[in-house]
Design a protein around this ligand. Structure first.
Ligand SMILES: Cc1cc2nc3c(=O)[nH]c(=O)nc-3n(C[C@H](O)[C@H](O)[C@H](O)COP(=O)(O)OP(=O)(O)OC[C@H]3O[C@@H](n4cnc5c(N)ncnc54)[C@H](O)[C@@H]3O)c2cc1C
Length: 363
């Protein structure tokens, strides 16, 4: 025990994308520090291993929606941080090691989204000019493609959206952290964190206690069990089909104001969403899939996405996101020696590695 838990300078709680990035950047800034990462799962078991792998920064209608309740500066910064976060992730892990492909992102509009589509198209030029300093080009355009979808009245696309293999990304991120002399300890759940002013006393679920100089909460949806912050759990359910012959769709697709999303993984389709069917029931940290949502996903596959093709479902799973009143992550010093990087919402792949870097720099 002593070898692992004595004289610890920095303890990171949670080994999702934010925890791994925090640990890595702490090492860059503190070459001689003793750094450990504690993870309650056998593997990282939060959203980082369960997500859809969209390397995205926001659809046009999402940007317009944010602008309704946030200042222009806040929205601009959020889009910029997502885009910069993606560049950071790509440079840390490498495109090949996480199967990064820039196949584009497509926002689909159905008949009942007509107003939303019109509003988006009316604002397209203005938003493109406003975001040009970030992307150095027009980021959104009206799409001429239809991918054989049914009941879709229009598509707005961006060529800059990409996709990754999330399992490969996480496996290589863990490897990178291990190579930097950082121990990741799995099956270790933290039950309490107490800042004494000089250091932080950490209590584990099995009753063991030790001290750490500084502590970084990277616990996203599970944060409330340790600290009272504005982070609300939001379960998200996903399914993946078996391989489909002659699959036409390639890229990342968003529908129903972002409540549904799908993409190709080779010649299979990953499809997720439907939380809006039962927002209350899906506000939970319990992993589970439900008939209500899974049936709707299958209906949409049949009716809209793959109307001409037969398909079988290969896998289904759920993951838990950390949401809250605001869309931006909380990256803060909470007390003398405790810091947090949480509330990554549905775009933590984009922004997560940057949040880890920012968190490490607070020390
Ligand atoms: C189904 C689904 C699809 C998604 N799709 C996308 C997408 O396509 N693109 C995108 O950008 N984002 C997507 N997201 C969101 C993205 O996955 C998250 O924003 C991101 O992974 C959050 O990273 P994190 O490190 O903050 O949290 P997490 O990955 O959740 O990591 C937190 C870790 O902390 C650990 N932990 C918690 N409490 C404790 C404790 N007390 N002691 C020890 N360990 C603890 C957990 O086990 C977990 O491993 C999706 C999420 C889900 C669920």
């Amino acid at each position: 025990m002593e070898t692992y838990f004595r004289d610890v300078d920095f303890t990171v709680i949670g080994s999702g994308i934010v925890g791994l990035s925090t640990a890595y950047h702490l090492r860059k800034n503190n070459p001689n520090a003793k750094i450990i990462v504690l993870e309650k799962g056998m593997l990282p078991e939060g959203a980082s291993t369960k997500n859809a792998g969209f390397a995205c920064f926001g659809t046009l209608s999402e940007v317009l929606w944010y602008l309704e309740s946030n200042s222009e500066e806040e929205v601009y910064n959020l889009v910029e941080r997502r885009f910069l976060g993606l560049q950071k992730l790509r440079s840390l892990i490498g495109n090949d090691k996480m199967d990064f492909h820039q196949n584009g992102g497509f926002e689909l509009f159905r008949e009942n989204d007509k107003e939303l589509m019109q509003k988006s198209l009316e604002n397209l030029d203005e938003i493109n000019s406003w975001l040009k300093p970030i992307f150095k080009r027009d980021v959104y355009k009206k799409s001429g493609r239809d991918f054989d979808f049914k009941n879709i009245i229009g598509i707005i696309e961006t060529e800059l959206e990409g996709q990754i293999h999330t399992g490969k990304m996480m496996r290589n991120f863990v490897k990178l952290v291990n190579e930097n002399e950082i121990s990741i300890l799995n099956n270790v759940e933290v039950s309490a964190v107490n800042d004494t002013g000089n250091s932080v006393e950490i209590e584990l679920k099995n009753g063991f206690r030790f001290n750490s100089g500084k502590v970084f909460l990277c616990t996203n949806a599970f944060t409330k069990k340790l600290y009272d912050l504005d982070v609300v759990p939001a379960r998200a359910q996903v399914l993946v089909t078996q391989p489909i012959d002659n699959l036409q769709l390639k890229g990342c697709f968003h529908m129903d104001e972002g409540f549904y999303y799908f993409r190709n993984i080779g010649n299979r389709v990953l499809f997720g969403g439907g939380r809006n069917l039962d927002l209350e029931g899906e506000t939970t940290t319990e992993f589970a899939i439900t008939d209500l949502i899974q049936n709707q996903l299958e209906n949409y596959l049949r009716e809209i996405i793959l109307p001409k093709q037969k398909f079988e479902i290969e896998h289904r799973w759920s993951g838990i996101m950390g949401m809250g009143q605001k869309r931006n992550p909380i990256v803060e010093q909470l007390s003398q020696n405790v810091y947090c990087g949480v509330r990554l919402t549905g775009t933590g792949i984009a922004i997560g590695s940057l949040v880890g870097e920012e968190l490490a720099e607070l020390v």
